[in-house]
Design a binder for this molecule. Structure first.
Ligand SMILES: *Cc1c(COP(=O)(O)O)cnc(C)c1O
Length: 377
């Protein structure tokens, strides 16, 4: 089967992990800090805090924002459920913004339009790796709103020349190192921020709520005091060494993903049955986590294409159902169909074609030829 996404690993990644196994630390040790420093530098943010997953990182970011019961979080209707679940973890109510039919992202204006009196956190999602232009975000969301970018798809992307994750126009940005993402650590996530107090809150949340530094004030030098309630969301040195090694290849991976996307555009040009995705605006860079096409004929044609491609050994995927479509959301919050019409129209048509750095030319040609042939059938 050709998967829709997968990791791209070399011998140097294997050696990096083996190096940790031969050393003194398995869980959080020097490799974590090294990975944090390298990622912070790569995206131009002063601070980065590693977590055991992108989901844990989102949870921590919501907690560090002070989000809680009675508050609301706004995010895109078209995203992985974790972008909204993180609000629910801390007792807040998720609300959803509709997507722009041209980019399939929920832009700043749409997110601002979905805000209510109690909205305290907004989570823009750089869906597929296409950056949401963030320049006007602060003014649009207003003072007192915490902006957490869900950049899980967008490590390596540039928003008008600004690396996604620099937090130039946000409070925090969250990354994921799940194997299908820009770089793989097995599992893992990271939050970047410019605010040292936010960094300290994140460090405490990751480690049971223990203060990030020991204090001798209480005359108990062995004691690390638990000042808040946190979790064990630590990333291991094993994962960090892999992530650090992968990060060295980030630029090459994103270049390769963009080559794959450009090739799909060539190979699928003139196929009237499918709509191709938006390109990054001039001066920006797409991370191409996903290459999504829309089957213009709709739900049944998309299902048919998905099935026929599977028969040929090509595993496509649907990213994503509107989050409020999930039964838990309907039961919990009473979200009704019709909430975000563009997101629902998108969900009926979308299909993610295989897109990753190690996708071979011959596999890609097979995918594109199959789509061309089957979509017209
Ligand atoms: C992958 C992903 C996450 C976090 O995923 P983890 O698997 O927990 O690392 C969050 N949001 C989006 C949009 C994602 O794609």
């Amino acid at each position: 089967m050709i998967p829709y996404g997968r990791q791209t690993l070399d011998e140097d990644d294997v050696s990096a992990v083996v190096g940790v196994l031969r050393g003194d630390w398995l869980t959080q040790g020097p490799a974590v800090e090294e990975f944090e420093r390298a990622l912070a530098d790569a995206v131009g943010a002063p601070h980065a805090v590693a977590f055991s997953s992108g989901t844990a990182a989102l949870h921590a970011a919501c907690a560090a924002s002070g989000l809680g019961p009675g508050d609301e979080l706004v995010t895109s209707a078209i995203t992985f459920a974790a972008s909204a679940n993180c609000g629910a973890y801390v007792g807040a109510v998720p609300r959803f913004a509709d997507i722009d039919p041209a980019t399939w992202n929920a832009p700043v204006e749409s997110l601002a339009g979905a805000m209510g009196e109690r909205t305290k956190v907004v989570v823009p999602v750089h869906f597929t790796g296409l950056p949401v232009p963030m320049a006007g975000a602060r003014a649009a969301f207003g003072d007192g709103t915490t902006i957490i970018e869900d950049a899980s798809h967008a490590l390596g992307a540039l928003d008008g020349g600004e690396p996604v994750g620099s937090c130039a126009n946000s409070d925090m940005a969250v990354f994921s190192f799940h194997p299908v993402k820009s770089i793989a650590a097995g599992e893992g996530g990271m939050v970047t921020t410019r605010d040292p107090r936010v960094r300290d809150a994140l460090l405490a949340f990751r480690n049971h709520g223990f203060a990030p530094r020991r204090s001798d004030e209480v005359g108990e030098p062995w004691l690390r005091s638990q000042e808040t309630l946190g979790f064990n969301y630590r990333l291991s040195d094993i994962h960090s060494a892999l992530g650090r090694s992968q990060l060295r290849k980030l630029d090459a991976f994103i270049t390769r993903r963009n080559e794959v996307a450009d090739r799909y555009r060539e190979l699928l040009s003139g196929v009237e049955e499918v709509e191709l995705p938006a390109r990054a605006p001039e001066g920006s860079r797409h991370a191409q986590h996903l290459f999504v096409v829309r089957c213009r004929a709709g739900r049944e044609a998309r299902h048919e294409l998905y099935d026929r491609l599977r028969e040929r050994g090509i595993a496509t995927q649907v990213h994503y159902a509107p989050v409020y479509h999930h039964p838990w959301y309907r039961e919990q919050y009473g979200h009704e169909p019709g909430l975000c019409p563009e997101a629902e129209a998108y969900y009926d048509q979308c299909l993610s074609l295989p897109c990753y750095a190690s996708l071979t030319e011959s596999d890609q040609v097979l995918v594109a030829e199959s789509v061309r042939e089957l979509a017209a059938a």
